[in-house]
Design a protein around this ligand. Structure first.
Ligand SMILES: [Zn+2]
Length: 414
């Protein structure tokens, strides 16, 4: 039996780890079905979707299958692979592979799902179905890449239409009046102000939109939630990510706020209202109960002692803070004896989640990367926290101590 493994060109590690891993799986699969691997064929970092891309391992496999044995005379009675799309992502490769595989009688194809008879109609149909899926994936991926390249290309080209609110005509330099307004509006919104109130403030200041219109809750929402405010580029309602790193692509303009503030303000709206979901068109009004706006809402509990010596355990609720460092604070409404800086508590929660202490509750490395790259929305973050913690007790602060004390936040892991 021939064992084949391939990693694609965009596979991160080109050190052969990926193909070795696949070969080990093949070895096990073959054993499970009573077969023995006599030869291995690998293509490390090779595309199977590009026409004409070289795959020496695949070529050799097809050649050996056609001849019937390996160069050292081992008879090939089948092929084992982790998945069909390792072997073919193009119709001509499928044809070559099947022709070679079935050129000798009594051969089988094995993958972790089982044994297939390549001479049967069902065996061939299954291969064609796999090809269909692979071709579809390739198409979606290249469409995404095309959009990405297209968006990169237009970066240097001045857009038509009115300038974005907050920037000068060159679309790069911040507008001296508008940019601070947007910054303040985002901070106000994150700490609980209504969009209506912000729009009213702007009207009172005689602010007009770049098309000359009066600010209203919809236009203000669009301005605050556009990814442009934190320097991120978007294309057709999707954040642009650098394909290799999955990091957001940064525009060349000056940002108004940091990415976490943009995420925070987006989280204060229901999805349908966001710039990202609505484009520049008129957004829908927020419906239903407002979603929690802070990471720790509903998770943090009061750790203050009551007069009778028992612990309060009241829910800490986010409210507007007074200092620049703490634009919001979590406070206990039951005993009013415990309150903690919002950013401090949220930071502590994040640290705990990605620390050794989290044990098996710790999210995957991939999730950690996405989280720190700012790609995880507030709702998703809250779900991840809720899955890891049953709650988190906050000890009351010591009066007069200014330094941030992360040890005040004490988690109960699930
Ligand atoms: Zn309390």
């Amino acid at each position: 039996m021939a064992s084949y493994a391939r990693t694609s060109e965009d596979f991160r590690q080109k050190d052969g780890h990926g193909v070795r891993h696949q070969l080990r799986i093949n070895e096990r699969t073959a054993r499970e079905y009573g077969c023995r691997v006599v030869a291995t064929y690998t293509d490390n970092g090779c595309s199977a979707s590009k026409r004409g891309a070289a795959r020496p391992g695949f070529d050799l496999l097809v050649e050996d299958l056609g001849r019937g044995d390996t160069v050292d005379g081992q008879v090939l009675d089948g092929v084992v692979c982790v998945a069909d799309d390792r072997l073919y992502r193009r119709a001509d490769d499928l044809t070559r592979f099947f022709t070679a595989l079935t050129s000798h009688p009594d051969r089988i194809y094995v993958d972790p799902h089982g044994v297939r008879d390549p001479y049967s109609q069902e065996g061939l149909l299954q291969a064609v179905r796999s090809l269909d899926v692979a071709v579809m994936e390739t198409r979606v991926r290249s469409q995404r890449l095309m959009n990405w390249h297209w968006a990169r290309a237009v970066e240097g080209v001045p857009h038509s239409g009115p300038r974005p609110f907050g920037w000068l005509e060159n679309r790069i330099t911040l507008h001296p009046v508008e940019a601070p307004l947007v910054q303040k509006a985002i901070a106000d919104r994150v700490s609980g102000k209504s969009v209506r109130a912000i729009a009213r403030e702007w009207c009172d200041l005689k602010v007009t939109g770049t098309r000359g219109g009066r600010p209203n809750p919809q236009t203000v929402t669009q301005i605050m939630t556009a990814p442009r405010v934190c320097g991120y580029r978007a294309n057709r309602g999707e954040l642009l990510l650098v394909p290799e790193t999955r990091q957001p692509v940064l525009g060349q303009w000056e940002p108004i706020v940091a990415p976490d503030q943009w995420h925070a303000v987006c989280a204060t709206f229901s999805a349908g209202n966001l710039y990202m979901h609505r484009g520049t068109g008129a957004p829908r009004r927020t419906a239903g109960k407002a979603a929690p706006r802070q990471l720790g809402s509903g998770i943090l509990r009061c750790g203050a002692k009551r007069d009778d010596g028992t612990v309060c355990h009241g829910a800490l609720c986010a409210q507007k803070g007074r200092s620049r460092k703490s634009p919001y604070v979590y406070s206990c409404r039951d005993c009013r004896r415990c309150s903690i800086s919002g950013p401090l508590a949220d930071e502590a929660l994040e640290r705990l989640l990605f620390s050794e202490a989290a044990g098996p509750a710790q999210p995957s490395a991939a999730m950690r990367d996405r989280w720190h790259a700012g790609e995880v929305g507030l709702e998703e973050k809250r779900k991840i926290l809720a899955a890891a913690l049953t709650g988190c007790v906050v000890q009351p602060g010591v009066k007069g101590r200014q330094a941030w004390d992360h040890s005040r936040v004490r988690p109960s892991w699930r």
